[in-house]
Write a protein of this length. Sequence first.
Length: 451
Amino acid sequence: MTEPSAELFVRGKYQLARYLPGSAATGRRLTKHEVLASYGPKVLDEIDERVSAVLLKSSTAIEQAFRSRRDELGVTRQQLASAANTDRQMVEDSETDPDRLTLRDLEHLAFVLGLDPAQLSVDEKAGADENLGVRLRVLERGEAAPRGARLTPRTVLRFSEAASIILAQSRLQDWLEEPGEAKRFEPSADYGPPAWRTGYELAGQVREHLGIGLGPIRSMRDLVENRLGIPIIQVGLLPEQIAGATISASGHRGIVLNTRGANTNVWIRRTTLAHELAHILFDPEPQLSSVRVDSYEQLERDTQDAHHSQDVVEQRANAFAVEFLAPRESVRLLADVTQVSGETIGYVMSRFGIGRVAARFHVGNAWYRQAELPPESSIHATPTDEQKAAEDFSLDFFPIAATPEQRRGRLAPLVAEAFDAGLITADTSSQYLACTETEFRSQLPALLQLV
């Protein structure tokens, strides 16, 4: 990490110059670190020589980027305006007359569309990941989507915004030298057969590499987001059948977790996270296809029932999830094979924090299917307050009310840390968190305390 500089710059729609304290400049204020990361050292030479540097690929670069990206995603102007919590006229202006809008307005829309705000006018595609855009359009049409989980236009836009969050969070982690341990694991094209056995093996490898042992994982949220450094974006998605998704954007991966539906149960939320973790760590890009959407129905399948699911990618992820949360070696120590009752499965659920359907199948598989499984109606267990707190995403207690729920994950404390380290300005920080600079500064101490 380079040493932060007190030198500031100001960016307009089409040019960049040094910021002079007390000046009337109203553009985006940037640190020298941000300028170098976004535009490179040649821009500084141009500023020294000509006072300002031109950031303009073509006279229509901004409107081309917005228009092509919206068409690529297959959403209307009104749908984009609704998802961005703005009006349709702003969306129309971004595509026809961007000079009518402020740079901050354009940056806000760009972030929701999965564009890089820093590349507006510099790049006619504004850093868009075209593979991601195409894949989202396919899923919106219902092609390759899980049964009952066809993406709505709003969910398409939530996923495109998630790509922006993933890129921003990954960038901040690198700048702060906090990349996490996920990079220790290499994708694997080994899907068996059988795929479930490979999933079990991969789960054991991850536990071993992380030194977890065979005990329960107290907090999947903490392990995935803080230790492994994988972005988790939590947001309400429709249809509610969607449990979660794995998104790959420009080489960076993150998890989108639906706050609706069965994920309101903390044990099912943990299972969803573990399932998406398998995709993140081990699926090669062709299998991930930029976006992998998972439904609750997929997550509840028996990991060893190959006839029920011919999708080896999902079967491997399901097996990884249950084995990672509740290693079979530990499960077998809990009861004799002849005593697999509803009470036994409830105990497995409570001890390892795993959902009822997944636990029932997993207990049976742990005993090599030698015991008859009890009916689901006989299984009764609920998460404790301690387990809920360990996975709490703190959506309701976030210190800045204006910040949308999808930006309230680890992105927020990373933004605060980067500002505190002099790497980004308060101006940039407020743009990331969709709030005013005053709100950001006033809540900085609280943001730095978030985990």
